[in-house]
Design a protein around this ligand. Structure first.
Ligand SMILES: [Zn+2]
Ligand SMILES: [Zn+2]
Length: 57
């Protein structure tokens, strides 16, 4: 059916991970193993661990 198992970001590579935030299936290229989020969530909500350098938007 519509479940192709492809990355929801590039829709080219096979999805091998699922985002812990939005649940989007992404490939290894669009998955941040450190945060467990997809590239979009990882870019939106930067892992502010408190103590990082001031990062302007
Ligand atoms: Zn991808
Ligand atoms: Zn996500």
């Amino acid at each position: 059916m519509s479940v192709s198992g492809l990355c929801q970001v590039c829709e080219v590579e096979p999805a091998t991970h699922d985002c812990a935030r939005c649940g989007t299936f992404v490939c290894d290229n669009h998955f941040h193993r450190t945060s467990g989020l997809c590239s979009q969530c990882a870019s939106e909500s930067s892992p502010g661990e408190g103590g990082g350098p001031a990062r302007k938007f």
